[in-house]
Design a protein around this ligand. Structure first.
Ligand code: NOJ
Length: 764
């Protein structure tokens, strides 16, 4: 450390700002001066070096000393590294950057800390179903505390891609289909990661991704083409990214897909015009993994051309392609890229390091005593358990749940007794053995009050090759080589002695996530057969559904008496599931993505347009109307839906006025009553419809929500303030306006079952 400070002092002798400690409070002018001075010392190669982010997942301290990466670090050719785990290794690599490179510029250490570090929270889709912004912020806060304790200064989160296509495996990593909710979650996550100003050593830089529109890939196939109107883009997809920028996110990741015919990584319109000029983003843009080189396959030119395209578009850091490091110098010499453009990108990376306080103390995140005190602590785990229990969505319950902690409970299914599948996709820092399996968790929770027996019942999928692809990255399910019949017989024998059956079925954790698109979203064949047989026993069956996406559950809805969707709940999932199954926690999760009746309905989402030939209310088919011959337009479970062990009743809506002036405000109020016999939480949802517009408007859009807790029998008034600002949208000319006319206000416990009122927005 001393050595580092001496070096920096010598290098920037004229600097006013070298003293440690107070950097974060320093004025931006100090930052500019510091970076001006530093950049004066930098060669073109060193500036390009800052723009380079190689991957180093497997680096160890020893290897780092001699590896190619280590050499490049010493040569000042690296700006940051990612997915290197362990504070000691990170400290050593940082030491090489700081003490062995000419200018001693510290590195950024990034990682995909997506839903927790070692204390794993529910997958983001599950987390979004809590509708609890405090809990979501806290999950990011805990992730930041743990990651920073282990040397990480930068996370590639939050992922805020709106998606309406559950075939796309990465719906698991996002917040569902709604931009308003997605924006609220983006803000909460960024507050959690970055804290007030990233000055503390447990605050890290966030990276909002994937900019832009990655969730709209054609046919739900990952990395596929995206094409949509600007209308749709700005009204339905952009809001969460913009909210992240407004919340001060430090970095933005470019998406893999093309937007308007240009790969996002090379789109000046996106990275400069929209992001920086329109939204005022002042952090840096990093590509996604090999994003620059992938533009060669997109058909945008050779490596030198695509690297120049990316830099000129406004991309600052090259993740893994080595395209900036390999070609930018040549491009400057040939006049394809200006020295000023490289300076601008380099400055943004240095600014991020400055804002993180790394020039004051490059070892800020390298306190080797922190991990054992701050990672996977009892406190963090208790919070993760509570949050997980809030994320589960009770889809159906015909008097089966909650269960009693008595008798014999048979837990059957390929997901009944797996630890490694509990955390869910994108939990790279998780210690997979740390999460108890469902059977283990249940046993611990019931103690000696009940007996928990188990059997696998079936493999995950009949097709062994498919199962292999669906259980990668250490998430094995140890395929059983017995025949389907043998597995089934064993399960039926176990179930025969039980009072109730918990069927732990669905997807493995790697059936969703990156590069995990699917075309058939029904319960895998062998699991459906198992479920059928379990139901034939005549015993009560509860389906505990593991999934990273909305599945097609039409058959299950018809036949299974109780369905609890638990997503992937993280390291404490097993306890949280037990808490809900036994009623120690009353479920309150509400869906943030529509569950279709079948795959053919996709994309199916609640905030759709009306068309010129809508169905009449109450009808499901009319000739020459917008519908299908074989199935209604309705989802199986709508957006915002989720049951509780109690029930809630909504009063009619009271509007403070039925008219609002252009600068006015009105209040919509409902009284919500807990009409059941248990205490419980309810997510009260406000939707608005703009009845007439200069462009067509959705049939409803989420514009507010509040999660309330009501004791049995208790009533509470919930009010939403409605202002003209809330009614704005992008018109044909992409101006953000509201237009006078009638609006419907809808309030309810899901997007389908709502109370309605109408008001008029008056003209100027
Ligand atoms: C590719 C993924 O698309 C992105 O989300 C992730 O952050 C990077 N790989 C780095 O692992």
């Amino acid at each position: 450390m001393k050595h580092f400070v001496r070096r920096m002092q010598a290098l920037a002798a004229s600097l006013v700002v070298v003293a440690a400690g107070l950097q974060a409070q320093k004025a931006p002018r100090d930052m500019d001066r510091f970076i001006d001075q530093l950049m004066k010392k930098m060669t073109l190669e060193e500036k390009i070096g800052q723009l380079n982010l190689p991957v180093t997942g497997e680096i160890t301290t020893g290897q780092a000393k001699s590896s190619d990466v280590a050499k490049r670090i010493r040569n000042g050719e690296v700006g940051g590294l990612f997915n290197l785990k362990g504070v000691e290794r990170i400290r050593e690599v940082q030491r090489q950057a700081v003490e062995e490179s000419r200018l001693g510029i510290p590195l950024l250490f990034g990682m995909d800390v997506i839903h927790g570090y070692e204390t794993i929270f529910p997958i983001p889709l599950g987390l979004s179903c809590t509708w609890d912004m405090k809990a979501i912020e806290e999950s990011a806060r805990i992730a930041a505390v743990e990651a920073s304790a282990d040397g990480i200064s930068w996370t590639f989160s939050p992922m805020v891609d709106v998606s309406r296509d559950p075939r796309w495996g990465r719906v698991s990593e996002g917040n569902g289909e709604d931009p308003f909710l997605g924006a609220a979650i983006a803000r909460a996550m960024i507050r959690g990661y970055q804290g007030k100003d990233m000055s503390r050593n447990d605050e890290i830089m966030a990276c909002v991704k994937h900019f832009a529109l990655y969730g709209a890939s054609e046919a739900g196939r990952d990395y596929n083409t995206v094409d949509m109107s600007r209308q749709r883009m700005f009204n339905e997809y952009m809001l969460p990214y913009q909210a992240a920028v407004e919340a001060g996110v430090g970095s933005v990741m470019a998406s893999f897909n093309e937007v308007d015919g240009v790969p996002a990584t090379g789109s000046k319109w996106l990275m400069t015009d929209v992001l920086r000029k329109q939204w005022g983003f002042d952090g840096f843009v990093v590509t996604d993994y090999t994003g620059i080189n992938e533009m060669i396959d997109h058909g945008m030119g050779d490596q030198q051309t695509v690297a120049a395209l990316a830099l000129n578009a406004g991309v600052d850091m090259d993740m893994v392609s080595d395209a900036f490091s390999g070609t930018l110098k040549k491009s400057v010499e040939e006049g394809k890229v200006s020295a000023a453009a490289i300076d601008a990108a380099c400055r943004r990376i240095l600014e991020a390091k400055y804002k993180l306080g790394l020039f004051d103390d490059p070892y800020k995140y390298c306190d080797v005593n922190r991990p054992k005190k701050q990672i996977f602590t009892k406190e963090h785990r208790a919070i993760a358990r509570k949050t997980a229990s809030e994320s589960f969505v009770l889809l159906k319950n015909e008097g089966v749940l909650p269960l009693s902690k008595k008798g014999t409970i048979a837990v059957v299914g390929p997901l009944a007794n797996t630890r490694s599948n509990m955390p869910g996709t994108w939990s790279v820092a998780a210690v997979l053995d740390n999460a108890p399996s469902l059977v283990e968790g249940l046993r611990e929770v019931v103690g000696d009050r009940a007996k928990v027996v188990t059997a696998k019942g079936s493999n995950l999928i009949g097709d062994a090759d498919y199962e292999k692809r669906a259980t990668m990255f250490g998430r094995e399910l140890h395929r059983d080589n017995r025949t389907d019949r043998e597995l089934l017989d064993e399960a039926l024998k176990v179930a025969a002695g039980a009072d109730v059956i918990v069927a732990a079925l669905g997807e493995s954790s790697e059936m969703s996530g990156e590069s995990s698109s699917r075309t058939n979203l029904e319960m895998p064949d062998v699991q459906r057969a198992l479920l059928q047989e379990l139901l034939k026993t005549g015993k009560s069956v509860v389906l505990v559904l593991f999934t990273g996406r909305p599945l097609v559950l039409t058959w299950e809805e018809e036949h299974v008496p109780a369905i609890l969707n638990v997503w992937f709940g993280g390291s404490e999932a097993a306890y949280a599931i037990s808490d809900v199954l036994f009623g120690d926690v009353n479920p309150s999760g509400k869906l943030t993505a529509t569950f279709p009746q079948n795959v053919g309905q996709i994309p199916l989402f609640y905030n759709h347009k009306n068309t010129g030939r809508p169905l009449q209310e109450g009808r499901w088919f009319e000739k020459f109307r917008s519908n299908y011959l074989d199935v209604s337009n309705e989802p199986l479970y709508p957006f915002g839906y989720g049951l509780s062990y109690t029930t809630f009743a909504y009063s009619d809506i009271h509007l403070s006025s039925t008219e609002m002036s252009a600068d006015g405000e009105l209040t919509a109020t409902v009284t919500v009553t807990n009409t059941g016999s248990r205490d419980g939480a309810e997510v009260v949802q406000l939707y608005i419809r703009d009845l007439v517009g200069s462009v067509t408007r959705p049939v409803k859009e989420l514009k507010g929500f509040e999660k309330i807790f009501l004791k049995a029998g208790e009533s509470r008034k919930v009010s939403f303030s409605i202002t003209p600002e809330l009614l704005k949208f992008y018109n044909y000319d992409l101006q953000f306006v509201c237009e006078p006319g009638d609006f419907d206000v809808m309030i309810g416990g899901n997007s389908r079952d709502v109370k309605k009122a109408r008001f008029l927005l008056k003209g100027e």
